[in-house]
Write a protein that binds this ligand. Structure first.
Ligand SMILES: [Zn+2]
Length: 264
């Protein structure tokens, strides 16, 4: 589907999923989700907050209207639905102030960005459905990256190359959650940074970055560079607007990532 009909509406604390893509965790939720037009989901822990049904909003938590960010989410649902009906499809960016507050709480100040030459990356206000990843999870990308990925994947297939998406858009909250869980287990910020990108600085936040693999090849391993899929990407990805962000000896001090490609 070159013009993906599904979009994820993104707000600072809450994501709004189109109906039909999320799996239920309990039977009453399953019935509601099956009929829902949209599902409101808390970004921090993935909890389902409400389902928009044809007859109105079904609350899936107590005190929904006290949920942080609920006003922003309901406003975005209304205004983006209206824009889409009018044929407008504008992708904006969310503000960074909430991320900055949370980075400060973690003790990750701007020194990290200065030291690595990386910049804070905003999340887009909407993401386009780009099919499913290797694990059958919905893959979300920036609208332009989504279209380019689907075209590139099909072109590779015509050359008998299978490209599999491993991971696309990831929210600030997702990355913050990894940090918070590891800090709670007693690791230091510096230890975590040797393995995980600092929240806010990953190209995956923009919805333009994509980790790619191929059949019978593990995810995110340097051995990907030995595959015919990697040779194909090296020769062709540029024509679709994708560039390998972290080649060997890149100036950011990030390990070589032959699987990570970003749409410009
Ligand atoms: Zn990546």
């Amino acid at each position: 589907m070159p013009f993906a009909p599904h979009i994820l509406i993104n707000t600072p604390e809450i994501e709004i999923w189109p109906g039909g893509l999320l799996r239920a965790r309990s039977n009453p939720d399953a019935r509601a989700l099956a009929r829902s037009r949209h599902v409101l989901r808390r970004k921090r822990d993935g909890k389902y907050l409400a389902a928009e049904l044809p007859e109105g909003l079904l609350h899936l938590v107590q005190r929904l209207m006290h949920e942080p960010g609920i006003d922003d989410a309901l406003d975005a649902l209304e205004s983006i639905s209206m824009q889409r009906r009018a044929g407008l499809d504008v992708v904006g960016e969310l503000p960074l102030h909430r991320l900055l507050d949370r980075l400060e709480q973690l003790g990750l100040d701007e020194g990290y960005g200065e030291g690595s030459g990386l910049e804070l990356i905003a999340e887009p206000s909407t993401l386009a459905f780009a099919g499913f990843d290797r694990y059958r999870r919905p893959l979300w990308l920036h609208r332009h990256a989504s279209r380019a990925w689907l075209h590139m994947r099909d072109a590779a297939h015509r050359d008998d190359i299978v490209l599999e998406a491993i991971s696309g858009y990831r929210s600030h909250d997702y990355q913050l959650g990894i940090f918070e869980r590891k800090l709670a287990r007693g690791q230091s910020v510096d230890e975590i940074l040797t393995v995980n990108a600092a929240p806010g600085y990953s190209e995956h936040h923009s919805g333009r970055a994509l980790d790619i693999s191929t059949l019978e090849e593990p995810a995110a391993e340097e051995s990907f560079e030995k595959t015919t899929a990697f040779d194909w990407l090296t020769a062709n990805a540029g024509a679709y607007g994708f560039v390998m962000s972290y080649p060997r000896d890149n100036p950011h001090g990030i390990v070589y990532e032959p699987w990570h490609w970003c749409h410009g």
